[in-house]
Design a protein around this ligand. Structure first.
Ligand SMILES: Nc1ncnc2c1ncn2[C@@H]1O[C@H](COP(=O)(O)OP(=O)(O)O)[C@@H](O)[C@H]1O
Ligand SMILES: [Mg+2]
Length: 169
């Protein structure tokens, strides 16, 4: 099993290895902690025995993107209570399903089809590049044969769902 910390320095672009999903999620939380901790409680519902055969750095990059987006969305509401971000994973053969749910502002219907496009951002200049979700889409769909989708009702938060096929090393 690879640890991301050890692995990041030596990883090649397309190299894949086995990762414990819960480990990966914990490392992603550490990377994103400063963005998340003041705006949202993070609930992690990930079973211990899910193994992902993947490029760990790339998958971590996807998780960080989605997590930081959720935190920034919640922060933009200037609300007085903490938000909630939940990471839920399940293994249901032949797939591993990973969901990121947040109770932030959600995405207006007219933007839903655009968020995976390069350079689409609703953030101020200097804050968002609009590249996070397009890179994430490329990593999940083209590099890992998975899928990534969003469900959102404006005003009622977002759910990003990633489906990855179970691949053995
Ligand atoms: N959890 C979320 N809640 C609300 N809007 C979101 C969320 N995640 C993504 N978005 C929308 O998708 C857009 C594109 O996201 P992304 O590709 O990561 O670029 P960036 O974060 O640089 O704007 C964001 O600007 C925002 O409008
Ligand atoms: Mg982003």
């Amino acid at each position: 099993m690879q640890s991301l910390r050890v692995f990041t320095r030596s990883v090649k672009d397309d190299e894949k290895s086995s990762y414990d999903l819960l480990d990966l999620v914990h490392q992603v939380f550490l990377i994103s902690k400063n963005e998340v901790k003041y705006v949202a409680n993070l609930e992690i519902d990930v079973p211990e025995d899910i193994i992902l055969y993947c490029n760990g750095v790339q998958i971590a990059q996807v998780f960080v993107n989605i997590l930081v987006n959720a935190a920034q969305a919640i922060k933009s509401q200037k609300r007085y209570n903490m938000g909630t971000i939940r990471i839920v994973a399940r293994q249901t053969d032949p797939n591993i399903i990973i969901r990121f749910e947040d109770d932030g502002p959600g995405i207006p219907k007219e933007n839903l089809s655009k968020i995976f496009e390069p350079f689409f951002t609703t953030k101020e200049i200097g804050k968002g590049t609009g590249l996070g979700l397009s890179i994430s889409y490329d990593i999940i769909v083209n590099k890992h044969n998975g899928s990534i989708n969003v469900r959102s009702e404006y005003g009622h938060g977002c759910v990003f769902t990633i489906v990855l096929p179970i691949v053995s090393a």
